[in-house]
Design a protein around this ligand. Structure first.
Ligand SMILES: Nc1ncnc2c1ncn2[C@@H]1O[C@H](COP(=O)(O)OP(=O)(O)OP(=O)(O)O)[C@@H](O)[C@H]1O
Length: 325
């Protein structure tokens, strides 16, 4: 491992953090220098050191997950994440992997492109991220698990697959996760929808709700905000339930117009449910692309379950349980 000292604190730049002796502080910050517009690393690093964090820089995909795993095993009590939704996702996956979701407090310093999760926490930028750490108000957030992989924000099924690489940064900022769907539609003008069988379980009431049809977009929301849409401002991440939206059929109107998307959510072909567990299965034997916090996955069946109020998260001054954007 390569280490550099800057007089105030210590930064580790490692391909792989090797063991628990790599963690000399109770508080670490996982820094992804390649997220967002890639110019945040020096500022984040110096602010983190001022706040007593040991900084661990990622060098490639998977590093943040590995750092979180080892940090939890080493007894670190706070992990701040400076990156986008993908980096937060990796850190949570690392904690889940070693059974430490409830052992470590997580903070987010938004330094990605969309920053959907940070925005849901009421944290608009890097400065607000550090102010949030100073305030030290934490809440217990639900964590979703899809096919044994945790997610904090959303699980999306449908027209998300080809969208990731071509969605513009501006659209991601404005529309959050739905920007991907919009881009996918532009790419897949002949998208017919996916034939899916969906079972939504309400474990408290011990009821099953079954739905079957062609899905244009299915959203399982835990902690997400939707700045462009009236009637679906944000999902509640502390109620032990998912907000489920199933959008059927490909809307005929111009999807490049944000007003169309807004109308779709007001009175479109949408089924809206709540539940604490879901099974989403392809009606044919083909694989279904889906995304967890924006990270793409593929499966023929997706089992989603809820870990209620499991993860302690630092929230911003403007955080609201069901906030209006
Ligand atoms: N040092 C690095 N160099 C290149 N890629 C990296 C490095 N460290 C991590 N990564 C990868 O960077 C990618 C982007 O991270 P992330 O999703 O956090 O940012 P983003 O896409 O800009 O933001 P958002 O997901 O909020 O839109 C991830 O796939 C991650 O695995």
């Amino acid at each position: 491992m390569e280490r550099s000292r800057d007089g105030k604190g210590e930064t580790c730049r490692s391909r792989r953090v090797e063991g628990s002796d790599a963690f000399s502080s109770e508080r670490i910050l996982v820094l992804n220098p390649a997220s967002g517009n890639r110019d945040h690393a020096p500022a984040v690093e110096s602010r983190a050191v001022e706040h007593g964090f040991q900084v661990h820089e990622t060098t490639e995909r998977g590093d943040a997950e590995q750092i979180a795993r080892l940090a939890a095993n080493a007894g670190v009590s706070v992990i701040a994440v400076a990156g986008g939704d993908g980096t937060v996702h990796e850190v949570v996956a690392g904690l889940y992997d070693v059974g430490a979701l409830a052992e470590v407090d997580c903070a987010v310093v938004p330094a990605g492109t969309a920053n959907v999760f940070a925005r849901r926490l009421g944290i608009a930028d890097i400065e607000e991220g550090f102010r949030t750490i100073e305030r030290a108000e934490t809440r217990r957030f639900d964590v979703g698990v899809a096919n044994d992989e945790p997610f904090v924000g959303t699980c999306l099924v449908g027209v998300t697959a080809e969208a990731n690489t071509t969605t513009t940064d501006e659209a991601k900022r404005r529309l959050g996760v739905f920007a991907y769907a919009r881009t996918a539609l532009r790419l897949l003008s002949d998208y017919e929808g996916r034939p899916l069988r969906v079972t939504i379980r309400d474990e408290k009431r011990a009821t099953d709700d079954r739905w079957s049809g062609d899905v244009f977009l299915l959203l399982v929301g835990n902690a997400a905000g939707f700045p462009a849409f009236r009637g679906l401002a944000a999902t509640n991440p502390e109620d032990g339930r998912f907000d489920v939206l199933i959008v059927e059929d490909r809307p005929t109107a111009d999807l490049l117009d944000p007003r169309t998307m807004a109308r779709l959510f007001d009175d479109g072909p949408i089924t809206r449910r709540e539940g604490s567990a879901l099974t989403i299965a392809a009606r044919r034997s083909d694989s279904v692309p889906f995304s967890l916090d924006g990270e793409l996955r593929l499966a023929t069946e997706i089992e989603v379950r809820m870990l209620a109020q499991r993860l302690s998260v630092y929230v911003g001054r403007d955080y609201d349980l069901v906030s209006d954007y």
